[in-house]
Unconditional design. Structure first.
Length: 134
């Protein structure tokens, strides 16, 4: 597998997924369901892929240390917008949705770019290692 193809697939899927997190803000309570689903999904996938062993070690890798905070940022923005926009909570700053999109593009996309590069590199090296029989 070519690292650039791996990178593009990872980057596009992660970007679309986290952008969905952000636009879930328009669903009033949808961000809460998105974060619940995300948490369950991460927990179950990690637990089963590591077969219950070293679960927390799986969270200490360059990808998880970049992609998870990016996901948390996107869903936090969605929750904040949703609460302020639909419930008009006075203690939250009044931020236009377009500003959240700008922040997404300037902060989350670069984080996903770094994560995608690292992950594609690691996958390609792991793939070569596995095929060489070492």
């Amino acid at each position: 597998h070519h690292p650039i193809k791996i990178f593009l697939i990872l980057f596009i899927l992660n970007s679309v997924s986290l952008f969905f997190n952000l636009i879930s803000a328009w669903g009033i309570i949808l961000p809460f369901f998105v974060i619940l689903y995300m948490g369950i999904n991460i927990g179950v996938v990690m637990y089963h892929s590591l077969e219950g062993k070293f679960y927390y070690v799986g969270l200490i890798n360059p990808v998880a240390m970049l992609e998870l905070p990016a996901a948390w940022l996107s869903i936090t923005m969605a929750i904040q917008f949703s609460l302020e926009h639909f419930l008009n909570l006075s203690f939250l700053p009044k931020i236009a949705f377009e500003q959240y999109v700008t922040y997404f593009l300037k902060t989350i996309i670069p984080i996903l770019l770094m994560a995608g590069i690292i992950e594609a590199f690691l996958i390609s090296k792991t793939d070569k290692f596995n095929h060489s029989g070492q």
